[in-house]
Ligand binder design. Structure first.
Ligand SMILES: NC(=O)C1=CN([C@@H]2O[C@H](COP(=O)(O)OP(=O)(O)OC[C@H]3O[C@@H](n4cnc5c(N)ncnc54)[C@H](OP(=O)(O)O)[C@@H]3O)[C@@H](O)[C@H]2O)C=CC1
Ligand SMILES: CC(=O)N[C@@H](CCC(=O)OP(=O)(O)O)C(=O)O
Length: 333
């Protein structure tokens, strides 16, 4: 059989954690060619100087929309929320397929986005954007032009709870995350001295991922559900663990539902003991452990992902594979 045609891919925002890893994964992919890497603050520096563990010797450049899109098939945009939408729109105007790592196209409802984020600068693109969780939207992702890569907590939460969604009366999601989830810029909260030998809850009662989790659990069949979600910051560089405690409306075959949902998924593994973040580090895997409490019939689901991989950049490659017609696991298995 003939080899698939190569696609050229631009990574915008490659001086950040997510963009840099996306560039590495594009560079190592057998059918993708890294066409350029952009940054505003590190123009002229090589990616492997900025991140010595990332062996991509390409020079970061200021984004030039005309030059960087010529002969290019797709882009991964790794900008912060609010900053991404206009660049995404400009890249789409020039015909590129786009995976946006920010939240700018994740929420289907513009008013909800504007309530939790900022005013939307490209609302006309919302309807055509596909939510980039392949385990839920594989058919729509094949051939999609604009993909909204999910948030890291929503990725793990939805994979952990979608098989139960239609039966959920209530759910508590207790999440733990490494510091790279907050991006490269250090703040008082992410400073080494604040984080080391410490565990702190944050975003209590209001975290940007709440409407995204509720939106996608509703899309999976939940009715009238508002999940209780609290993340905690741990002294880890990367990795995320979600402990989910679900109350069901009625009895169901819980283990059967998870088997049915994930038996053929290449990147979701059901495991016999609770997973740790180290088990999935540097992989596109989500490991799930499901336990039904015999006393209360509550369902405990533990989900581990690497926030920079399945939570962001390797999931972006999984999405690009589907968008560009390659086998879904190429370059990330
Ligand atoms: N880190 C994670 O675990 C996850 C991140 N994401 C999302 O991925 C995106 C990137 O995150 P992450 O890499 O962690 O963040 P970083 O802060 O590490 O990187 C942000 C990147 O965007 C560029 N940038 C910042 N502000 C602007 C702007 N106004 N216009 C254009 N470029 C800008 C920065 O580079 P420069 O200043 O050089 O231009 C840098 O390249 C975000 O939307 C984030 O929410 C999603 C899931 C998980
Ligand atoms: C430690 C930390 O701050 N983590 C981030 C999660 C980042 C993420 O998943 O992404 P989006 O910002 O793209 O939604 C947070 O809680 O906001």
């Amino acid at each position: 059989m003939a080899e698939p045609a190569l696609s050229r891919v631009l990574v915008a925002g490659a001086s950040g954690y997510a963009g840099a890893l996306a560039a590495v994964l594009v560079d190592g992919h057998p059918y993708l060619e890294l066409s350029g890497v952009t940054s505003r603050s590190y123009t002229g520096q090589r990616l492997d100087e900025l991140f010595p563990h990332h062996r991509v010797p390409m020079v970061l450049e200021e984004l030039d929309l005309d030059r960087h899109t010529e002969g290019v098939d797709a882009a991964i945009v790794a900008y912060p929320h609010g900053a991404a939408a206009q660049t995404v729109a400009a890249l789409r105007e020039r015909g590129l397929k786009v995976v946006d790592l920010s939240a700018d196209f994740r929420l289907r409802d513009r008013a909800t986005y504007e309530e939790w984020y900022v005013d939307h600068t490209a609302p006309e693109l919302l309807d055509g954007a596909v939510y980039g969780l392949p385990e839920r939207y594989r058919a729509e992702l094949r051939g999609a032009e604009l993909v909204a890569n999910p948030g890291c907590f929503p990725t793990a939460a939805i994979l952990a709870l979608a098989p139960l969604a239609g039966h959920l009366a209530d759910v508590v999601i207790d999440a733990k995350t490494g510091v790279s989830g907050a991006g490269r810029g250090a703040t008082d909260k992410t400073h080494f001295v604040s984080v080391t030998e410490n565990v702190t809850p944050y975003g209590v009662g209001r975290h940007r991922h709440m409407p995204e989790i509720d939106q996608e659990l509703a899309a999976a069949g939940a009715t009238g559900l508002v999940a209780t979600f609290t993340p905690h910051l741990l002294p880890l560089d990367q990795g995320e663990l979600l402990s989910c405690y679900a109350t069901l409306r009625e009895p169901m075959d819980v283990h059967g539902a998870f088997e049915a949902a994930y038996a053929h998924e290449p990147f979701v593994e059901l495991v016999d003991r609770p997973p740790g973040v180290r088990d999935v580090r540097g992989t596109n895997l989500c490991r799930l452990h499901v336990h039904v409490d015999p006393r209360t019939h509550k369902v405990f689901v533990f989900a581990a992902i690497d926030n920079l991989w399945k939570g962001t950049s390797s999931q972006a490659i999984q999405n690009l594979n589907l968008m560009l017609g390659y086998e879904e696991t190429t370059g990330i298995s």
